[in-house]
Each structure stands twice: as structure tokens, then as C-alpha cells.
Design a protein around this ligand. Structure first.
Ligand SMILES: C[S@@+](CC[C@H](N)C(=O)[O-])C[C@H]1O[C@@H](n2cnc3c(N)ncnc32)[C@H](O)[C@@H]1O
Length: 365
């Protein structure tokens, strides 16, 4: 990274700060806390197409404007583990017909722990020869990384050697949390900024007590660290693999005050309002909790109106958003009952226009 690149990073971050400040200004938000990213080696995921040239092959990407392909031997946005794996992988795949033939894409998922899932995507069905070669590849790569999983994908085929996840170890305020991150499931892409985001959320709830309600909780990224602060946490999430990963994570981190339920936010809102009952909520009596705080981290579309009205019932709302436009739309309703007490920008996505934001809302007195 040259001084000019560093300057470019700062200029883009300044623009993001300006844009988010403007979006939050109608709600009298206090000055943003800004959490920059490392300008290189920040992404825990990367995907590449594969280009074959005779018996040679390499990673490629496409220029978004010209659509022209370009060769990628190293990829500075990806973490060091992925960069190291890129070269080592091709060294093994290049001379190996079983691994090389009709390979058209390579996806990497890594973790601060150094573990990897490498997905190899093919335009042909995979057979025993492939499986044998993939097992040997795994063993060879494991001389360099703590654990490597290989996934082979083809039409209607998915072969997993040995797992489809990495075990991540995230340091949050000096304590390490264990997370299962599953290939093709949502996980925060920028691990270091993610840790800052969790620490910011912990800071927001420091003066609060009681129980926490969480919607869109994924694999428990916020739920688990926040469980050390609240008496109880109830999280809801729509995606089955994420809910299963969350149950695993609760056990691994030896927490006994967190319950994660597979429900869409819209369904959970109906349950909270007493409009519907769900067998998936069996054994959880929502009326016995003392929810003082709700944390939401929705997808780009933000919250539906019923869920927004439901969360207005709580004194404190921590809203994490990957789309400040829908955050601002949702704040129009939430600001009828709550003030923006804190606001933050987390630069999860350097060198893109995407902004990750956080606001703490507290009930108007
Ligand atoms: C931005 S991610 C946040 C996940 C988690 N908080 C984290 O930090 O890893 C949004 C999550 O919402 C889930 N989701 C999407 N639509 C949903 C819905 N209608 N109801 C509940 N969860 C939903 C996704 O599966 C995803 O896990």
C-alpha cells in the first residue's frame, strides 16, 4: 500500500462520514464515532474465476467498467491467509488433471484463526478420482494452515472434505469468542472491524441491565458477547444453517443464558404481539422476560413497519445497518418515540461505497 493509496482510503472514508452524517442529521444524531479498517488484508472471503491457458491456470477477476478480465496472483483486500492459500493452491491444482479439469471458480472463506474453506466449482460431475485428489490436496495445504476444508461443487453435487465451515476466534474486549462460520451463510466480511462493532455495541449497553431481544441475529455474532452483559438473550434468525451454527456457538462458548429461535422477523413480531403462536417457540415464554433492550441488524431492506412498531415498545434500541438509506427511512418512525443517543460508522467495506452504521436509540423522556 503506497502513501497515495492510503490517502485514497482516507478520502473515501471522509466521504462516507460526510454522507452518513447528512443522512442522520434530520434526527439530531451526535457526532459519529468512526471505526476505520486496515486498508489491506481485511476481507475474510474472496471469490475468483479461473482462467485456463493450455496446462496453466490462474485466478482472474473482471474490471467492472470495461468487463475485461485481468489476472490476479495476489489480492490485497483479502486476508493474508487467503493470499498465501491462492499461490499454494494453484501449485497443487496446476499439474493435477483430476483437480484442474473444468474448474471455473474458486471461493475462499477464512478466519483470524487461520482456518480455511476452499470451494472448487466445476463444469463437470465429480467422481472418486476427484475426491481422492481433494483429500491429498487438503493434507498438503494443512502443512501451511491449521485446518483446510475443500468443497467440490458441480451441477446438483456438493462434496465436502471434511467440513463446510471454519472455526473463528474473535477477540472482543480481550476475551476470545468461538464462532462457526459456514460457507455460503452470512458472516461479517471484515473480522477486525466486526470486533470493533461488537465492542461498540457492548459500550452502548454498558449502563443497561435486564434482558436483550435480538432480531436478525445470524450465528450469534452480537448475541454471544452481549450475553455476558445481560441476564438473558433471546435471538431470532430466519436461516436454518445460521441458527444451527448459533446453537453450536452457544455451547462452545459455554453460555447458558442465550436462546436462538428460527423465526422470520415478521413472524417473531406476530408472536410478540400475541397474534400467532409457533411450535418453534415451545419452551420459551416471552412474557417472563424483562426485555429492556432490542438489537436489530437487518439485511439491506431494513425493518418492515410492523417490526418497527414492535421494537418501539423497548426503551433502548441498538440498530446496526448495512444500508444507511433504509436506516434513515426506519428512523423516521423510530424517532417519534426515541432519540439518537449514539451513532457510528464501521468501515466494513473499504474501497467500496458501502457503509456499515450503528445507532443507539433511547426512549424520549
Ligand atoms: C446483516 S445479517 C446480520 C447477522 C448477524 N447479526 C451478524 O452480525 O452476523 C442479517 C441477517 O438477517 C437474516 N434475515 C434476513 N431476512 C430475515 C427475516 N425476514 N427475518 C429474520 N432474519 C432475516 C439473514 O439470514 C442474516 O443472517
Amino acid at each position: 500500500m503506497t502513501a497515495t493509496d492510503q490517502q485514497g482510503y482516507q478520502t473515501q472514508l471522509d466521504e462516507k462520514v460526510e454522507r452518513l452524517t447528512a443522512l442522520l442529521s434530520p434526527f439530531n444524531a451526535p457526532d459519529l464515532s468512526v471505526f476505520p479498517s486496515q486498508p489491506t488484508h481485511y476481507r475474510m472471503r474472496a471469490e475468483f474465476r479461473v482462467w485456463h491457458e493450455g496446462d496453466d491456470l490462474f485466478h482472474i477477476m473482471f474490471n467492472q467498467e470495461t468487463k475485461e478480465k485481468y489476472r490476479v496472483d495476489s489480492f490485497p483486500p483479502a486476508c493474508k491467509t487467503i493470499n498465501d492459500a491462492m499461490a499454494l493452491l494453484l501449485e497443487e491444482v496446476r499439474p493435477n488433471e483430476a483437480l484442474r479439469k473444468k474448474l471455473f471458480q474458486i471461493d475462499y472463506l477464512s478466519a483470524l484463526s487461520g482456518e480455511l474453506v476452499i470451494s472448487l466449482l466445476y463444469h463437470r460431475q465429480l467422481d472418486e478420482n476427484w475426491e481422492q485428489a481433494a483429500r491429498e490436496l487438503k493434507t498438503k495445504l494443512e502443512a501451511h494452515f491449521p485446518k483446510v476444508n475443500i468443497i467440490g461443487r458441480a451441477r446438483k453435487q456438493k462434496l465436502i472434505i471434511n467440513d463446510d465451515f471454519v472455526i473463528e476466534r474473535l477477540p472482543v474486549n480481550g476475551k476470545e469468542f468461538i464462532f462457526k462460520h459456514i460457507e455460503n451463510s452470512f458472516t461479517q466480511p471484515n473480522a477486525e472491524v466486526n470486533c470493533k462493532m461488537i465492542e461498540w455495541a457492548l459500550d452502548c449497553v454498558k449502563p443497561l441491565s435486564g434482558d436483550l431481544l435480538e432480531m436478525y441475529c445470524g450465528a450469534g455474532n452480537f448475541s454471544l458477547p452481549l450475553a455476558l452483559h445481560f441476564d438473558n438473550v433471546v435471538g431470532t434468525e430466519i436461516a436454518k444453517p445460521s441458527v444451527q451454527a448459533a446453537q453450536f456457538n452457544i455451547e462452545q462458548n459455554q453460555l447458558n443464558n442465550v436462546k436462538i429461535v428460527r423465526l422470520a422477523a415478521e413472524e417473531f413480531t406476530q408472536a410478540m404481539k400475541g397474534e400467532r403462536t409457533f411450535s418453534r417457540l415451545e419452551g420459551i415464554d416471552l412474557n417472563t422476560y424483562n426485555f429492556t433492550t432490542v438489537l436489530v441488524d437487518p439485511p439491506r431492506a431494513g425493518l418492515d413497519e410492523d417490526s418497527l412498531r414492535m421494537i418501539q415498545d423497548y426503551d433502548n434500541i441498538v440498530y446496526i445497518s448495512c444500508n444507511p438509506e433504509t436506516l434513515a427511512q426506519n428512523l423516521e418512525l423510530l424517532s417519534e418515540t426515541h432519540i439518537v443517543a449514539q451513532s457510528a460508522l464501521f468501515d466494513q467495506f473499504p474501497f467500496t461505497h458501502h457503509i456499515e452504521a450503528g445507532v443507539l436509540l433511547t426512549r424520549k423522556s
